[in-house]
Design a protein around this ligand. Sequence first.
Ligand SMILES: *[C@@H]1O[C@H](CO)[C@@H](O)[C@H](O)[C@H]1NC(C)=O
Ligand SMILES: *[C@@H]1O[C@H](CO)[C@@H](O)[C@H](O)[C@H]1NC(C)=O
Ligand SMILES: *[C@@H]1O[C@H](CO)[C@@H](O)[C@H](O)[C@H]1NC(C)=O
Ligand SMILES: *[C@@H]1O[C@H](CO)[C@@H](O)[C@H](O)[C@H]1NC(C)=O
Length: 338
Amino acid sequence: MLKFGAPWALLVVSIGWICWQNVQINELQASRHKRELNSNWLPGSNDDDNTIFMPIYAQVSKKHIRKVCMEHFHTFKHYHREVEKKVIDPLPKVPASVKELKRKCSAEVSFGQPVLIGERKNPDGCAYLDGGHWHVCEMSHGYTMLSFKGNRRLNSSETRAVQFLPYPFDGTDNMVYNNTMYYSEHDRLIAYNLKTEKSNSIHLRTSLDPLYANSTSRLDVQAEEHGIWVLYRRRDENILSVSRLNAHNMQIVSNWTLPSIDTSTMCNSFVRCAILYSVECDGTVTPVYDFYSHTYIQGRKTVWEGLSQPIGNVQYDPNSRAIAVYANAKIYKVPVLQ
Ligand SMILES: *[C@@H]1O[C@H](CO)[C@@H](O)[C@H](O)[C@H]1NC(C)=O
Ligand SMILES: *[C@@H]1O[C@H](CO)[C@@H](O)[C@H](O)[C@H]1NC(C)=O
Ligand SMILES: *[C@@H]1O[C@H](CO)[C@@H](O)[C@H](O)[C@H]1NC(C)=O
Ligand SMILES: *[C@@H]1O[C@H](CO)[C@@H](O)[C@H](O)[C@H]1NC(C)=O
């Protein structure tokens, strides 16, 4: 009896424990949704007042765990009626606009391995992907950007256009999104439409120290499904600030301060689907913060193998759903796997 009973009992205890965790997660989510409802989506706030660490699997397969719990609770019906009731409670109502934003992208993705697309001469440079187009710079400071149509033309260096910018760019962590280049110039973030040649800007008093290891960038501008994000440290401050901008008028929509994230030891980072990913100098990519729920997360790591060192820029492109990497004169593309 003991011989066959013990593993069975262990299974029951394990399932019970997982389900108890699931109830905890549901409670966390309920309070998180309540916060969202009280404060619109993505409000500016100091998130460290209410930091929540979520267990890893909560980020990965909530639905699956709920399903497992439901199935097993049916076989132990006498067991905690109340818990079961909580488990099958529908999720709190979410405003339609939030649903719309969430529908556009799923946080539950994995990243492929970097594919070498082309090579440049200068170890210091940048490469951005905007739909089917590449935009490349040859230095970490300058006025010109080279444009290439497609991977093959970048590989064979058949330049489609040379763009002259109205102000010089600083650093390598700039961005081209929907044919507009968003870039750092002293204390400004400039938006320059490469087609209409119209520009707009916003003043950001950023720290003079580089944001990342092995970098000259004072800020990192990223585009993703919800708009434009700027990662930087404010002047004379040592902590990471993040601002989300409206891409059309360059107004700040929300601000965050994330003191638990130290960018000075990482080589880069990027934002995708309202999740901040850190990129270590050895190519390890980790989801570290969820802007949607205002929580630090400890998600599944991906190791990008074979990247040249040091890493100069890592930018996600929502149009082609791929990540552009410039590392020591080599240009890579990393697919996002749904
Ligand atoms: C073109 O791409 C191939 C990989 O497909 C790579 O081996 C080669 O070095 C690239 N050529 C240049 C000039 O970057
Ligand atoms: C960028 O272009 C894509 C595709 O045309 C469009 O869906 C998206 O709304 C545009 N983004 C912005 C901020 O205009
Ligand atoms: C974000 O921070 C900037 C700089 O401190 C400030 O000017 C702006 O009003 C803030 N915006 C919001 C929406 O909190
Ligand atoms: C990049 O920065 C890391 C951390 O500061 C350092 O260990 C490494 O040597 C640097 N690599 C290069 C190629 O500069």
